[in-house]
Design a protein around this ligand. Structure first.
Ligand code: COA
Length: 205
């Protein structure tokens, strides 16, 4: 019902428990590439568990503690982005994302996450937006860098996955570092790219 147009026929919309069958079909296409990086991909394997994943986010949304959005490309669910955590009182949130292979390489996540950041910062007054990814997840850290985030540091061996404990990089964007989308898409694009490039340079150095 509520749709944010992205580019190239893609749309960002809420993803809710009543869409569990569609979500499961998408997960079946995405699981192999997404499972190592998104903890719940490996456990959303049938209608009950897919519904449970979506219901968990619906419950978080009801408490204003998280939210989940899908990305549809030409009418097919190809991925999504979410507030993994949202704390309006503390002014902090964490954003995550995923795409099945058919949705990758088009800038869909970068566009969609910009919308989430804009809403979090300019509508909800969030001060710090966080992004967490494993150091070997270079596609994810590239998104963080493209969004103008700064790499704060590494939490060592904090994330267990199939018997191995992995490091997590913490990236963040502060309210003063974001562009207001209402100022215009082209201004936003250039601000994001410039900040992203400078963040990338500081990491490389
Ligand atoms: C992380 C993930 C979502 C990134 O997907 P992605 O397609 O690289 O990210 P985007 O949608 O932002 O697209 C960026 C790519 O599209 C290209 N692109 C094309 N048009 C673009 C546009 N208008 N704007 C930005 N990028 C564009 C970019 O050059 C980039 O490609 P490149 O990396 O080859 O240079 C994907 O790798 C994934 O699902 N991984 C598994 C799950 C996961 O790791 N989630 C994150 C957990 S921390």
């Amino acid at each position: 019902m509520f749709t944010v147009p992205l580019a190239g026929g893609a749309e960002l919309r809420p993803l809710e428990p009543w869409q569990a069958a569609e979500f499961l079909e998408h997960m079946d296409r995405a699981r192999a590439t997404v499972d190592p990086w998104i903890p719940w991909a490996g456990v959303s394997t049938d209608l009950d568990t897919a519904t449970a994943t979506l219901q968990r986010y619906a419950d978080l949304a009801a408490r204003d503690a998280g939210r989940l959005f899908g990305i549809w490309l030409d009418g097919t669910l190809v991925g999504g982005t979410m507030f993994v955590a949202f704390n309006a009182e503390a002014g902090t949130c964490e954003i995550g994302c995923w795409l099945e292979p058919a949705g990758q390489g088009r800038g869909l996540i970068t566009m969609a996450v910009r919308r989430l950041i804009d809403w979090a910062v300019h509508t909800r007054g969030i001060h710090r937006v966080e992004w967490r990814c494993r150091p070997d997840n270079t596609a994810s850290s590239a998104v963080a860098r493209r969004l103008g985030m700064h790499r704060d540091g590494v939490l060592r061996e904090v994330a267990p996955y199939r018997g191995v404990r992995h490091d997590l990089e913490i990236w963040s964007l502060l309210a003063g570092e974001t562009a207001d989308e209402s100022a215009g898409e082209s201004a936003d694009e250039s601000a994001g790219e410039t900040a992203g490039e400078s963040a990338g340079e500081s990491i490389a150095s």
